[in-house]
Design a protein around this ligand. Structure first.
Ligand code: SF4
Length: 349
């Protein structure tokens, strides 16, 4: 019985060698591909990332191409993945890699860690998988596996627990296969040692070493500290049409969804008459006005509860940008929060 210890290395590597998921970024694990895939995979499911990753690599195949790309291009490639600070940091880091390292990611954990948007986990993943450096890559999946292997009741959001786990895995890294050990842990967390009380311990290569399993605690681990409630914002989203065109605007320079395009909205849940009055006060003449199905979107710290209206305008004050639905789809990065309100355009197409 041993928890996180050198004894887990051999069975994990053997299990990993026996078969693992076929992921496109594993086929050619160049530093750039590992980096982009790991950033995309933060907060996003593997299946959702596959298509994004393929389109990204077609359009921006290396660090130099990313560094030279226009904001509109990389935001569009990221459209729908959310957490847009990730893609902005990718671009900033690519410029820095070109300036400082000649367009090649540095084969050094600390230098990787110092780049925008690269934290301990991503630096560890790139360093170990692409460069073969013996450093751990500890994300939420690996923390969960560690808490269960050790039967550790500390909440996994605890900073000291994270630090301790990184140090313990750092001490296990085999000099010849650090990337494979990290990937075996990721694979175990993603396919066997599943979250939310559902580990498949019967299929686990390290069950005989797992203290959580032997104490009957595997399903209830890891413990989590109570979450802070999200702030709820009620909004009224306006899908404004003028002829075939749709009115959109840029979001502010900073803050949530900064500089992305949006369907404009008003604070609160407004009645049709209140919407007509609010638009009239700004010089808009409203023709047809129809309610759209409400939608909800959850961000990390805030939840939008949105009502929506489809509005046909009789005039065109110089306030919004009006574009065709096809241009909106092809050229403008619109966060998925607004997608529910665009389905009416598809129905009309
Ligand atoms: Fe996770 Fe179960 Fe394996 Fe322990 S035995 S590491 S809880 S899958």
């Amino acid at each position: 019985m041993s928890g996180v210890s050198p004894a887990v290395v051999a069975p994990l590597l053997e299990w990993y060698d026996g078969g693992h998921r076929d992921l496109p970024w594993r086929a050619q694990p160049t530093p750039y591909r590992v980096w982009v895939s790991e950033i995309m995979l933060q907060q996003t499911r593997v299946e959702a990332v596959r298509g994004y990753f393929a389109r990204w690599m077609d359009a921006l195949p290396d660090v130099r191409a990313l560094a030279a790309a226009d904001e509109a291009v990389y935001l569009k490639l990221w459209e729908g993945l959310g957490y847009y600070s990730r893609v902005r940091n990718l671009h900033r880091a690519a410029i820095e890699v070109c300036d400082k390292y000649g367009g090649e990611l540095p084969a050094d954990y600390d230098a990787l860690r110092a780049l925008p948007g690269i934290g301990d986990y991503t630096a560890g993943a790139i360093a170990s998988i692409a460069f073969g450096l013996p450093v751990p890559a500890v994300d939420g999946n690996v923390l969960r596996v560690a808490a269960r292997l050790d039967n550790d009741l500390t909440p996994i959001t605890d900073t000291a627990f994270k630090k301790r786990t990184r140090e313990r895995f750092a001490a296990l890294m085999p000099a010849d296969r650090p990337g494979d050990l990290n990937q075996s842990l990721m694979e175990l967390g993603a396919t066997v040692c599943l979250p939310n009380g559902a580990p498949l311990c019967g299929d686990c290569p390290v069950q005989h070493l797992c203290l959580g399993y032997h104490h009957g605690n595997a399903a209830m681990l890891p413990l989590r500290a109570a979450k802070k409630a999200r702030r709820v914002e009620n909004r009224t989203v306006l899908l404004r049409r003028h002829g075939a065109l749709v009115g959109i605007q840029r979001r502010p320079q900073s803050g949530l969804l900064a500089r992305l395009w949006e369907l404009p909205s008003l604070n609160g849940h407004l009645s049709p008459d209140e919407v007509r009055d609010a638009l009239a006060a700004h010089g808009w003449q409203v023709g047809k006005l129809l309610s759209l199905r409400p939608a909800k979107h959850i961000f990390t710290h805030v939840e939008w509860r949105m009502n929506g209206y489809y509005i046909e305008l009789k005039n065109l004050p110089d306030e919004l940008t009006f574009v065709s639905p096809s241009a909106l789809r092809a050229e403008y990065a619109l966060p998925s929060a607004f997608r529910a309100f665009l389905s009416v355009l598809e129905e009309q197409a």
